[in-house]
Design a protein around this ligand. Structure first.
Ligand code: FPP
Length: 191
């Protein structure tokens, strides 16, 4: 092994002993990637999903345990219907094609964001992916789909307020930790 190879290896070892627990990635730039190559935007999204597959593998390989990908935001509904449908189709295809492998590899899938408003077939598939991987604990893949930060907080506050109303908590129990336990990311380290 040359000196150069040795220094690369030791750099990787250093990273491995000190990797973040949780990485979050915004799936952005698909359209620009496609445009720069004279391809339709849909091709950019397809390649984005391939990049996601490689990212899950790579993250798990270097010891990261939690990966959150922000894919479809609540604002993305403003895109042309054809693009929205293509994005739904890609999520569907990803779950259909990859679920059994991810399940076998110990990946726990959680889809965070607003479930209401998603087409029935997508929400059933998402439920299935979560149900079938619920017992896994090797790697945690969170897919933010129909996700908005304020929307998540609003849902959390509604549920918390209902629990205060029904006496599960009192208003003086409300701390940052209690609020965090109502978020979609409850129980996970911060990205
Ligand atoms: C940003 O690219 C990407 C999105 C808005 C959608 C990403 C979502 C998917 C590819 C489908 C989800 C599927 C899975 C498996 C999670 P952009 O169009 O905003 O790119 P631009 O900023 O270059 O225009």
């Amino acid at each position: 092994m040359s000196n150069e190879d040795a220094s690369v290896t030791s750099a990787i070892d250093t990273v491995r002993s000190d990797v973040p627990k949780h990485i979050a990635i915004i799936m952005d730039g698909n359209g620009r990637w496609a445009k720069a190559r004279g391809l339709p935007r849909a091709s950019g999204h397809e390649r984005g999903v391939e990049a996601l597959r490689r990212t899950v593998e790579g993250a798990a390989d270097i010891g990261i345990r939690y990966l959150t990908v922000y894919s479809f935001s609540t604002e993305n509904w403003r895109r042309p219907v054809s693009e929205v449908n293509a994005l739904f189709g890609l999520l569907k295809l990803f779950i259909q094609k990859d679920l059994s492998r991810l399940k076998r590899e110990g990946v726990k899938i959680r889809v965070i964001g607003r479930r209401e408003g998603l087409p029935k077939d997508i929400s059933e598939l998402v439920d299935k992916a979560e149900f079938e991987t619920a017992e896994n604990d090797t790697f945690f893949l969170n897919i933010a789909f129909n996700y908005g930060g304020r929307e998540e907080i609003t849902r959390a506050v509604k549920r918390l307020a209902a629990d205060v109303g029904s006496g599960v908590h009192t208003s003086s129990d409300v701390t940052e930790d209690l609020v965090a336990s109502y978020l979609d990311t409850a129980g996970m380290p911060d990205p």
